[in-house]
Write a protein that binds this ligand. Structure first.
Ligand SMILES: C[S@@+](CC[C@H](N)C(=O)[O-])C[C@H]1O[C@@H](n2cnc3c(N)ncnc32)[C@H](O)[C@@H]1O
Length: 326
């Protein structure tokens, strides 16, 4: 696929360099993830280091903290933020789906706690050049790892067929008017390539009017972001691998931000609970299902009203936690 990109580097806010990220559900994470105050803890989506800093505040000096992220720019900022902590902190660039090799590189035998905080960091949302936001004009990029050679959102929008675009918007955005938006994109690109977030936003706005417009914009942008970063496939294959990398008694906490992610987490946890998969008419279990985890949160936990009013970006968050039992 051709790489399509408009260069915004000269046009966008060059002096701005502070992107404050308020970590979500921090008290709940501290309470449910820490089982040993001298243990080893990893944020598999370290972002700007907010959760790691909060965990450090409750851990002893001998505890060890680790972080990985696909976004080098975020990791650099996390490194700055965490360099004064009393505990040792190691950060590495990588994808959480490669947890086994990352763990070997860190030289850790198993984690006491692992956090997956899905979604976007404030750096990614607020920095127009990253192309995630429909309210800031920027290049239509949306890659978590902006140095990788995966297709950008512009590549997808300009090259996929109308049917493929419809499917992405329907599956990953649950957008009812997917077909019309895909048709609008195909019409527009016959005139001019679609290279910016505002071009795409204007196409959506020309098709979907208030009061549905903002929700549809969010859904279309979410769908493209999920497709660009293969987010759902990555999550599905990573959860069992992460549990493998925990010590017995270690915990995995996952914060998800929409129902597609949460459904995957719930189903992965259900599989790890070892529910018998034998046909219902079998007299005895022959599938050998064995529980690898127990549930720490029977139902997902949500941010309080107070958290949502101080950090509106937390409003769609939900947290599920399991503990490894074998
Ligand atoms: C909501 S932010 C995390 C914020 C972080 N917990 C904090 O407190 O600052 C989500 C992060 O996950 C990262 N990410 C997304 N997919 C990833 C993957 N497959 N592997 C590693 N990091 C990923 C993104 O780059 C982003 O920085």
């Amino acid at each position: 696929m051709r790489r399509l990109q408009k260069d915004f580097s000269q046009e966008m806010n060059p002096g701005r360099n502070e992107y404050d990220h308020q970590p979500v559900l921090v008290e709940e994470i501290i309470k449910l993830l820490i089982t040993d105050s001298n243990g080893s803890y990893i944020d598999l989506t370290a972002g700007l280091g907010g959760h790691l800093a909060a965990l450090a505040g409750k851990l002893e000096t001998d505890a060890k903290l680790f972080g990985i992220d696909k976004d080098n720019e975020a990791l650099e900022r996390a490194g700055e933020k965490l360099k004064t902590l009393k505990q040792s902190v190691e950060l590495k660039w990588g994808s959480y789906v490669e947890i086994e090799s990352v763990m070997a590189e860190f030289g850790v035998e198993g984690f006491d706690g692992a956090l997956l905080d899905l979604g976007l960091s404030s750096l990614q949302i607020d920095k127009a050049e990253r192309g995630f936001s429909f309210s800031n004009d920027g290049p239509l990029d949306m890659r978590f790892d902006k140095d990788s050679d995966v297709s950008t959102a512009a590549d997808l929008v300009n090259n996929l067929s109308e049917r493929e675009l419809t499917q992405i918007f329907r599956e990953y955005g649950e957008e009812r008017r997917s077909k019309f938006v895909a048709a609008g994109i195909v019409r527009e690109r016959q005139e001019k390539m679609i290279l910016t977030t505002s071009q795409l936003a204007n196409i959506v706005k020309s098709i979907i009017h208030p009061p549905y417009q903002i929700k549809s914009l969010a859904r279309i942008f979410q769908a493209l972001r999920i497709a660009v970063n293969s987010e759902l496939e990555t999550l599905k294959s990573a959860v069992p691998k992460i549990v493998e990398c925990l010590k017995t008694g270690g915990r995995l906490a996952v914060i998800s931000y929409h129902s597609l992610e949460d459904r995957i987490v719930k189903n992965c946890f259900r599989n790890l609970l070892g529910a018998c998969t034998c046909p219902p008419d079998f007299p005895v279990c022959v599938c050998g299902a064995k529980a690898q985890v127990k549930l720490i949160t029977k139902k997902p936990l949500y941010p309080t009203d107070a958290e949502i009013s101080s950090n509106p970006r937390s409003r769609s968050a939900r947290l599920r936690v399991v503990e490894k039992v074998i």
